[in-house]
Design a protein around this ligand. Structure first.
Ligand SMILES: *[C@@H]1O[C@H](CO)[C@@H](O)[C@H](O)[C@H]1NC(C)=O
Ligand SMILES: *[C@@H]1O[C@H](CO)[C@@H](O)[C@H](O)[C@H]1NC(C)=O
Length: 773
């Protein structure tokens, strides 16, 4: 195709190249960050040599810097080095679900009044669609590059947040892909690939997986994240907390990891060489830089009093493997630390190698000829991008209940609709936290207005819903209408950064409003819940007059349109809950500060997440209904599966069973267990179905009740069937972790199940190869 264009339209091609070249050098009037060809002092210097290997260029540049210049590059607001033609650089930008202006590196205004605001991550995760996650990352990085070209953004984005959503009260659970470590890891790898691109070592933008590690508490009962010492077992670290980060680094090739504020087992994460140098760099081979959460180093010095002098605090961080401080601390104290002999200049060089390499991979030292230099204002908030935001919301909505079924509504029978509730006509609430300025909004009221004649009543002044002053007007409206849609839930006043929830119920008198309306409304009552975290809506689940419940998370700029499309059946919902919906009782006597994942019946400790908690739930992990009905059967799967282990571990070719083999002793490679699933859509509507494949390992005290080992989303038209192949990587996903933190593959019967379809496969170790004497 490229050839044909060359021969047929050579002039056109040359012209368009010229246009894109001039656009790149002039884009938004941005001058080169470094290596301006018009600068006689840097012309010909090796660090500007685009044809030289990056490692050589970095080495050359570091060799030219003085100690004073170096320490000023250790912070997010990195200083300029004018004598070498290098400008200042602000490292801190954010792009959790769209380009955001939370960090100082990104601003909106002028040619860039807004950017596409996708649903909050918890909603996007509910789609269980890896293609969607990567596509969103691609769009966000297009818009980010365009804004960078226009001088409005940096190229280093501290997203995504992949901490496990361990406790339902966590204020930042909304930012995460949920409670399952493998789901979080898959999300991380896909989103990061979309952001960073896949152009070899080149980076479109640099992502960062945060906050490493065991950070998932803001402020509970007087304990805040700046003072919290998370006591975590080796088993839970390997089995839960490390998993999303390891997948982000190894499968997503992320260019950065951020360490957290809290301590883990008495050591601040940003000062711990075991986790930074040994785990992230040594074991996982991070190709990138490690950055602190904002002012983490200052926090462990000032708030945790971890060291007695600021110089020691600075030295510990850099020696542990920290490369960049979000905050001023390392810029202020590193030089003195070197002078006092606590740190060597070589340690600082090591940090700079990591940050400068990422800047070079981004093209910052390539002068004016920038990759993606043709992207500009026309590439932000495009129709296609905004349609993807709508599509993401549609895919992320989760139908929790559909009695009757009352949904989808009919625009013939339900012509007049009472739209009620504190979240019924919201805009910024829909984009959650770590957002930017959206291109525009469709509120739920506006979305529903496209299908029906609406009357609108707030019912509660805001989500806190402290009084019933607006109840009567809302009840009256519901008496008149063919259907009533209540849009209730939470917002950032209830769950946010620095704010954990105090309970799991709907706030204030919201529940009372919903029940009163359900009693009096003329038509069906539909409850739409907007929230990041789970809500105990047992009352609504059990109330037959509340016909349907739809959880929409924080659905992004087009959320209202997606909600209406689902309610009126233009979209068949296919989202699944990425976290357990616990009853309020669950958190009674459950300290947020207890990090243990596993239950302990003798201590009345319930355990956390579907993997370890076995008690009653409001809705389980993975719950989500459709307007059609899917039937699936496992058609092909082995009943015996042999796991080859190194011959010298055991004499002869014996088959071992009833044991758990160390993963490091198994020949893992691509060892995967393949199953075939037949998925049939036996209903009357086309729909997408997510196959959640769980495995229940052989009984033993280390193992979870069950764990997600694979998932796959398939679109199946009504009345048709599809064969779906699923491969389960045996070492990664069928393994469990023992008390010492060692990952092992238990031999014996693993129970693979998808919904009610079950299959048992027996793993047997087989020694291969030579016997060592
Ligand atoms: C073990 O099995 C392998 C592969 O099946 C075979 O090549 C080898 O000779 C066997 N070794 C012994 C000691 O039986
Ligand atoms: C996954 O998302 C992509 C991008 O929006 C979409 O084209 C595809 O149909 C989705 N897959 C399924 C099975 O719904």
């Amino acid at each position: 195709m490229a050839c044909a264009y060359n021969t047929i339209f050579p002039y056109f091609l040359v012209l368009s190249l010229l246009i894109s070249f001039s656009a790149s050098s002039l884009a938004g009037g941005r001058e080169p960050f470094a290596c301006d060809p018009n600068d006689a002092t840097t012309k010909g210097l090796p660090f500007c040599g685009v044809t030289l290997p990056i490692a050589e260029r970095v080495k050359d540049l570091i060799g030219r810097l003085s100690l004073q210049e170096k320490v000023k590059l250790l912070i997010n607001n990195a200083a300029a080095v004018p004598r070498l033609g290098i400008k200042g650089y602000e490292w801190w930008s954010e792009a959790l679900h769209g380009v955001s202006n939370v960090g100082p590196g990104t601003k909106f205004g002028g040619d860039f009044p807004g950017a596409t605001s996708f649903p909050q991550v918890i909603t996007t995760a509910s789609s269980f669609n890896e293609t969607l996650w990567e596509s969103i990352g691609r769009v966000v990085s297009d818009e980010a590059r365009a804004m960078y070209n226009g001088g409005m953004a940096g190229l280093t984005f501290w997203s995504p947040n992949v901490n496990v959503f361990r406790d339902p009260r966590w204020g930042r659970g909304q930012e995460t892909p949920g409670e399952d470590p493998v789901l979080a890891g898959k999300y991380a790898a896909s989103y990061v690939r979309g952001l960073q691109g896949t152009d070899g070592d080149r980076l479109k933008v640099a992502a960062s997986c945060k906050h490493f590690t065991a950070y998932d508490l803001e402020n509970w009962n007087g304990v805040d994240r700046f003072h919290f010492n998370a006591k975590v077992s080796k088993q839970d670290i390997e089995d839960t907390f490390d998993v999303p980060f390891r997948m982000c680094v190894k499968e997503g090739n992320v260019a950065s990891v951020m360490c957290s504020y809290n301590q883990v087992n008495g050591v601040p994460t940003c000062a711990d060489p075991k986790i930074l140098e040994k785990t992230i760099r040594g074991q996982w081979r991070l190709n990138g830089y490690i950055v602190s959460d904002c002012d983490s180093v200052g926090v462990y010095y000032n708030a945790q009093h971890y060291t007695s002098t600021p110089e020691e605090a600075a030295a510990e961080a850099i020696k542990a493997g920290l490369d960049l401080d979000c905050g001023p601390f390392l810029g202020l104290h590193s030089e003195e630390a070197v002078k006092k002999g606590l740190l060597s200049e070589a340690d600082i060089n090591k940090a700079l190698v990591n940050t400068l390499t990422v800047q070079m991979r981004l093209g910052l030292f390539d002068g004016p000829a920038q990759l993606y230099g043709n992207l500009g204002p026309k590439d932000v908030c495009t129709q296609a991008h905004q349609e993807l935001a709508l599509e993401a919301a549609r895919q992320g909505l989760v139908l929790l209940k559909n009695h009757g079924p009352v949904l989808p509504l009919s625009h013939i029978r339900h012509r007049t609709v009472a739209v009620i509730g504190p979240n019924s006509d919201v805009t910024v609430t829909m984009i959650g936290n770590y957002a930017g300025v959206a291109c525009g909004y469709t509120s739920p009221l506006q979305g529903i207005g496209k299908y029906a004649k609406t009357t609108h009543q707030q019912g509660c002044k805001d989500v806190a819903c402290v009084d019933d002053k607006l109840f009567n007007a809302a009840i009256d409206a519901s008496r008149q209408a063919d259907a009533t849609i209540l849009v209730m839930g939470l917002d950032q006043s209830i769950e946010a950064e620095a704010r954990d929830r105090t309970g799991l119920l709907l706030p204030g008198r919201q529940q009372e409003l919903v029940s009163n309306i359900a009693k009096s409304s003329r038509g069906p009552t539909i409850l739409v819940l907007m929230s990041g975290g789970p809500i105990d809506v047992t009352f609504a689940k059990n109330d037959p007059r509340i016909a349907a419940i739809l959880w929409v998370g924080y659905p992004g700029q087009a959320g209202g349109a997606a909600i209406a499309d689902v309610l009126y059946g233009i979209t068949n919902p296919g989202g699944k809950l990425p976290m357990t919906w616990y009853p309020q009782d669950y958190i009674t006597n459950l300290p947020m500060t207890n990090m243990a994942m596993r239950s302990s019946p003798s201590k009345r400790y319930p355990g956390r997440t579907y993997r370890f908690y076995n008690g009653p739930v409001v809705y389980p992990f993975g719950h989500g209904m459709s307007y059609t009905h899917f039937v699936h059967t496992i058609t092909t799967a082995p009943t015996v599966f042999s796991v080859p282990i190194d011959g010298h571990r055991r004499g002869g070719n014996v088959t071992v069973s009833g044991k758990a083999i160390r993963v490091t002793h198994a020949r893992c490679g691509r060892l995967s267990l393949g199953i075939q699933v037949d998925v049939q859509n036996v209903g009357s509507k086309d729909g997408s179905h997510t196959l959640l494949v769980f495995s229940k390992p052989p009984a033993g005290h280390w193992a979870p009740h069950k764990q997600l080992v694979a998932f796959k989303k398939v679109h199946v038209p009504a009345g048709t069937r599809q064969q779906v192949g699923i491969n389960i990587h045996v070492c990664k996903y069928l393994s469990v972790v023992d008390r010492s933190g060692i990952r092992r593959i238990p031999m014996g019967d693993h129970n693979i199940h998808i919904g009610n379809t079950k299959h048992s496969v027996s793993l047997q170790a087989t020694t291969l190869g030579v016997i060592k004497s």
